[in-house]
Design a protein around this ligand. Sequence first.
Ligand SMILES: *[C@@H]1O[C@H](CO)[C@@H](O)[C@H](O)[C@H]1NC(C)=O
Length: 295
Amino acid sequence: MRFPSVSSTYLILAVCLLSWSSLVLSASARLKVGKPTIVLVPGAWHSPIHYKLLTKQLESYGYPVVSERNPSCNSANPTAESAAKDAAFIRSNVIMPQINAGKEVILAMHSYGGLPGAAAGKGLSKKEMTAAGRPGGIIGLIFICALVVKEGDSLLSILPGQVFDKWVVPYANGQLFVDNPKQVFYDDVPSPRDQLAVAALRNQSRASLSTPSGPPAWSDAVYDDRRAYFRTLNDRSLPAVAQQAFLDNSAVRWSINNFPSSHSPFLSHPAELALWMAQEAGRFTGKRHRNRLVS
Ligand SMILES: *[C@@H]1O[C@H](CO)[C@@H](O)[C@H](O)[C@H]1NC(C)=O
């Protein structure tokens, strides 16, 4: 009788190990399908690093978070950017990889991010994906003091007189920066967190704030009872009255949290914001959020 050679023994061992590890992997993958992924779209001048505290808190509740800087922020070619380009990037590079992996997505947007974010999500709701015989899809929209605009509008077109606020500093090459960002964005953010946030701001392309939005997802009936708005009452860049006007003009239903913070609750009140987001996410998934605020 011939014994198997050393190499074939190793081969059998390797095959056993492989199938065992893939069993373990698929078991852990099954355990993790639970919570939807939160896609977090930054505002103008902002990057994912600004939302790190919020992201950590959401991850501690079990929500994976993905976020990318919009192409219009820190662009090498600001005049070539647009709101539509941002939307196309968010759709193909941030949302679709999640949906293609069969994941449910909650689309969370801050400030300007509400414009390209809502356009990026058009047609990708779970209901629409299911109807097309595909898994995954967007199950809810969360606006964090974010723009709610109609097709054809831009940030500039909705401003009074269609001129930027005085704190917006234009450069000849098509970039915009911010005068006194501590006061405009981070009024209630403790030191040194506020200084780090100021240092992380980057130029925003003017074109991205003045070119028209595509058709947004927020107005679609598939999001009835799946729209949430965090309205910041002490906001010095996008005043609470402007946010209220968005909601009034939208002519759709919202779950609204009126909260006493600046334009940057993800830095001044990350725990409170994360808890509210988890509660809204619980409403979208039908699984009530049980954690309480710890801070
Ligand atoms: C913004 O762009 C202007 C003009 O190109 C440049 O001088 C400035 O340093 C930039 N600011 C930041 C924060 O990158």
